[in-house]
Design a protein around this ligand. Structure first.
Ligand SMILES: [Zn+2]
Length: 306
């Protein structure tokens, strides 16, 4: 039984369907409390407060889950001096990835193909219906996903069906090492951004990618994979250098003008990417059907031994 506490002032500012999804699940389940930095889990009945963080003049607000014992449900306002850093930290890091293949093919009737799903599973960002600005640009209460926005701006396309053939995207590369992978992507300032995450990519997937000419269909979006697969939470420090060493600097997967996240935000982010599971497959299919996923075919390179 989920124990989500929602103050009426918070509930009044959220779309009813979003509130219902948060209250009844199954996703989101696990979260990282922004107060104590520890993990929480709604699915285990942990008492949790819903916090709505407002960013005046920036047209967005963030929906956060925190331990009920750490903070009550409330509407909070980010101080102007902190807003940039906070917004850069949200959506700036890939939290979870999953690999899908045979199971997806069986469900969709497609031929098996190596997919790499990258899920930025952090706080929700929504537009602020009370903020001033151009009402035609963003709809009040509309969910926005910084990772998908960035993907669409750099060549990936909205992916409504796994049967569709996504475009080849030259600017993106997945560099796979023995235990870590780097997602290399273009940034608005012309430099490369690199997102790094742990993985447990199976041998069969590697073989399928090689057979496909070292290309893979990359899916980016909010898919709820952390709930679907329930990976162990790994508060490991972020590795110091890319593999192999690269002249480009690691950066958040966000529009280039944003500052890099503060060092604290780089810890406790990586989670282990899992192997294929039916729950993950279903989560990805649901997100694709809902139009929440961007996709592109990208080049895969290999760093180090398998
Ligand atoms: Zn806490």
């Amino acid at each position: 039984m989920r124990d989500l506490r929602v103050d009426p002032t918070v509930a009044a500012l959220l779309p009813a369907d979003l509130l219902a999804a948060l209250r009844h699940g199954p996703h989101p389940s696990t979260y990282r409390c922004s107060v104590c930095e520890g993990e929480g889990d709604l699915a285990t009945g942990e008492a949790t407060s819903l916090v709505l963080r407002r960013y005046p003049h920036r047209l967005v607000r963030r929906v956060q889950l925190v331990h009920a014992e750490c903070a009550p449900s409330a509407v909070t306002v980010a101080p102007a001096a902190l807003a940039d850093a906070e917004l850069a930290a949200s959506g700036s890091s890939i939290v979870y990835a999953d690999l899908l293949g045979i199971g997806t093919a069986a469900l969709t009737g497609c031929r098996p193909q190596p997919l790499l799903a990258v899920d930025d599973d952090d706080d929700l960002m929504t537009t602020d219906p009370r903020a001033p600005g151009d009402p035609g640009r963003l709809r009040p209460g509309e969910l926005i996903d910084p990772a998908v926005s960035h993907a669409l701006a750099t060549g990936l396309a909205l992916h409504a069906s796994l049967r569709a053939d996504p475009p080849f995207v030259a600017g993106w590369t997945v560099r796979i090492g023995p235990a870590l992978l780097d997602l290399v992507h273009p940034r608005a300032d012309g430099r490369q951004g690199i997102e790094r995450l742990s993985h447990t990519i199976p041998v069969e997937w590697r073989a399928a990618v090689r057979a496909a000419g070292n290309q893979v269909t990359l899916l980016v979006g909010r898919m709820g994979l952390s709930t679907a697969v329930r990976s162990p939470y790994l508060p490991a420090p972020r590795p110091r250098s890319p593999i192999p060493p690269s002249p480009a600097s690691p950066s958040p997967m966000s529009p280039g003008h944003r500052p890099a996240p503060a060092p604290a935000a780089w810890h406790a982010r990586p989670r282990v990417a899992s192997a294929t599971s039916p729950a993950a497959t279903f989560a990805v299919l649901s997100a694709v059907s809902a139009g929440r996923v961007a996709a592109g075919r990208v080049t895969v390179t290999w760093a180090g031994p398998d």
